[in-house]
Design a binder for this molecule. Structure first.
Ligand code: FAD
Length: 479
């Protein structure tokens, strides 16, 4: 996201310099640098005051969004920047901020200075850059459904509103010129922001409808900030449905699982409930965090039936500062686990009476490397609950030595196929047909790096497996 925004600011500066955009290029440059400095200083002060750890990248992202949607007025940028960053600390409950900071800053500016966002970056001239960036961002964070629903609904509702005054060709030109570019920017940068939008797919669809509906509604009353206000309305819904889960976890022990995988076992905090396959957002404050920041998502590799919370991760030769800090944790040290979420979970127990036929399907799990963590949680859970399920596990690693949690999978009694790419090659159609002859009757769960998961989802759909028989879990961040 940061690279995308830097790319947009740079493109805008060049377009201004070439006279394609009607602004002065130095104004854009100065305002972007200025708001970055304002947000940076404000964040440092609040972080110190609240003794909070923070992600430096998110401050820069907020600043650049403000530079791209507000005009180059330094007073406005100061008020917007300070209020946006302050909202992250002051309008937060149980460690989680409620509102999208940039949208809040813009709304605050409107009510204090009577100056709303101009969304100047959204224009026909910048549309190719916005479009390209939107596709890349939405592809990366897998939120096409959310963005798509909002985009289509907004176009329909705007057309309905304009129909009252009669539709003509100039309406469609206006739509394309004035609405589509800012909406695409809003969609891919603000609407989908992970911390202030819902985690679950079904909540995301409702959230998209709420924001689109609120945008339509606020457009009917004389307020000039319908988009920003609509987003804040949606943020409240997201906050409610996401819940405000936050636990302090204390390290019990550390175990080396393979040459590059380490597992960390934490004490189970009180009243901690989760489903096998779910994940947490882990925050580890440390000195001089790199640009990747102090937060990461990790699956809970243990089962709810165990007396420990396990985080297992792969460590590269040159790790991020987060991973270095994780590696240096000692027994008794603490880390924060928040935002429990995830729908990569087991279907209902098929031996129960009232279960949908689709939930009774046999399962096939495909894991690549560290993508095995949710399956460890499920295996241990089924063992402890004494539930028998028809499961085939295809688990791919570079070498035999990279296989982790083997004992748990053997104990679970699944049909486990270990594929070591150094000698067996990759899992392909032939291997699936060979090892999973009844593959058409199975529900597939795919977990690993995004490129691997995408490749298997494509392969399975070519093999005739419908999309509703495929679930995916992506582990981004690995090269
Ligand atoms: C829902 C979900 C569940 C997940 N579950 C797990 C899990 O159970 N276990 C797990 O290990 N991961 C999991 N992940 C992925 C995890 O969140 C991290 O993205 C991943 O571990 C990479 O961590 P890292 O960014 O610290 O990079 P590292 O692992 O330290 O490094 C990965 C690569 O990036 C390079 N790199 C490191 N830092 C930088 C930098 N500052 N700039 C440029 N390159 C750099 C490294 O050299 C290396 O090649 C999950 C992700 C999601 C979304």
């Amino acid at each position: 996201m940061l690279y995308y925004l830097v790319f947009l600011v740079s493109s805008a500066i060049i377009l201004c310099f070439l006279g394609i955009l009607p602004y002065i290029w130095t104004d854009i440059l100065i305002s972007a640098v200025y708001v970055l400095v304002i947000c940076w200083i404000t964040n440092k002060l609040f972080a110190k005051l609240f003794k909070a750890s923070y992600n430096p990248e998110s401050t820069l992202i907020t600043a650049l969004i403000l530079a791209l949607i507000l005009g180059p007025d330094l007073i406005i940028l100061t008020v917007a920047g300070v209020s946006a960053i302050a909202s992250k600390y002051l309008l937060a409950w149980k460690g989680r901020h409620i509102f999208n900071p940039a949208a809040f800053g813009a709304v605050f500016c409107y009510f204090t200075l009577n100056y709303g966002a101009t969304w100047w970056i959204g224009s026909l001239e910048t549309l190719p850059f916005i479009f390209l960036g939107s596709i890349l961002i939405l592809r990366k964070i897998k939120r096409f459904q959310l963005a798509g629903i909002f985009f289509i609904l907004t176009l329909i509702l705007s057309t309905i509103r304009s129909a009252e005054f009669g539709l003509n060709t100039s309406y469609f030109f206006d739509l394309f010129y004035f609405l589509v570019p800012p909406i695409l920017f809003f969609n891919s940068v603000m609407l989908i922001e992970p911390l202030t939008s819902p985690y679950k797919f079904r909540h995301q669809a409702i959230y998209a409808v709420i924001v689109a509906g609120a945008y339509y509604f606020y457009g009917t009353i004389p307020l000039e900030i319908p988009l920003e206000l609509a987003l804040l309305t949606g943020n409240v819904f997201a906050y409610i449905v996401n819940g405000s889960f936050r636990k302090v976890l204390t390290l019990k022990s550390v175990k080396k699982e393979s040459a590059d995988v380490i597992s960390f076992s934490f004490r189970v905090p009180d009243k901690f409930k989760f489903e096998p396959g779910q994940f947490l957002e882990w925050t580890l404050a440390h000195k001089n965090p790199d640009s990747r920041g102090v937060r990461r998502f990790f699956t809970i590799a243990s089962s709810p039936t165990e007396d420990e919370i396990i985080l297992a991760s792969r460590f590269a030769d040159k790790s991020s500062s987060f991973k270095e800090a994780l590696k240096s944790l000692r027994t008794g040290d603490q880390i924060i686990g928040s935002n429990l979420a995830g729908e990569f979970t087991l279907p209902s127990d098929p031996s129960k009476k009232f279960v949908f036929t689709s939930e009774r399907r046999k399962l096939c799990f495909i894991a690549g490397g560290i993508g095995i963590t949710p399956f460890r949680s499920m295996a241990e859970y089924l063992i402890d609950k004494d539930q028998k399920r028809d499961i085939i596990l295809l688990y791919s690693n570079k070498t035999e030595k990279d296989i982790i949690f083997r004992d748990v999978f053997e104990k679970a009694g699944w049909k486990n196929i270990y594929v070591n790419t150094d000698i067996d090659g990759y899992i392909d159609e032939e291997l699936i047909k060979n090892k999973v002859p009844d593959y058409k009757d199975r529900h597939f769960y795919l977990s690993g790096p995004p490129s691997m998961v995408d490749a298997f989802a494509d392969l399975l759909s070519k093999m005739g497996i419908p999309g509703n028989q495929i679930r995916t879990d992506f582990f981004p961040g690995y090269n």
